[in-house]
Design a protein around this ligand. Structure first.
Ligand code: FES
Length: 161
């Protein structure tokens, strides 16, 4: 093969330079992929809407990663009930007739606050943290949860809006 526009020596140098550059690019890509890990896990923070969207007593359901969350307006403010059952993780559904959550898997029943009314669930439903973010929207943080009755009725598990 010949290069019509260059002499043989120049052509060889150009070819070597190309090989070195492509090799360096490959090494850079490999090192870069090792030093900057990519996070493929879904976000645990969700912007749920404007505070005015939650003025009524209607419940609002959200999926945040693997958690099913219902935002409820209680007497003192909003709270985000994580509906993953504390027994084995099934999703209790809300029954309007008795105002309770019923787990379809083994029959646990929870009240609107998330307390266990009937087992085998061993503990109340968790609550996720709520906040109004810098854009003025209600934000659910499912990465911060608590089901201790001492903690759940204050920030960040209760949002007064
Ligand atoms: S998973 Fe809900 S009662 Fe078992």
């Amino acid at each position: 093969m010949s290069c019509p526009c260059m002499d043989r020596r120049t052509c060889l140098k150009a070819g070597l330079a190309g090989l070195v550059l492509s090799g360096a690019g490959g090494v850079f890509a490999a090192v870069n992929s090792l030093s900057s890990p990519v996070n493929y896990s879904p976000s645990l923070v969700l912007e749920a809407g404007a505070p005015r969207d939650f003025l009524s007593t209607a419940m609002h359901d959200f999926q945040v990663a693997d958690r099913r969350i219902t935002v409820v307006r209680g007497d003192e403010g909003l709270y985000a009930l994580v509906r993953n059952c504390t027994h084995m993780g099934c999703i209790p559904s809300f029954n309007e007739a008795d105002n309770r959550f019923h787990c379809p898997c083994h029959g646990s029943v929870f009240n609107l606050a998330g307390d266990v009314l009937r087992g085998p669930a061993p503990a109340p439903l968790f609550r996720a943290a709520l906040a109004v973010n810098s854009r003025g929207a209600v934000e659910i943080n499912a990465g911060q949860q608590d089901n201790d009755p001492q903690n759940r009725n204050r920030a960040p598990f209760l949002l007064e809006v």
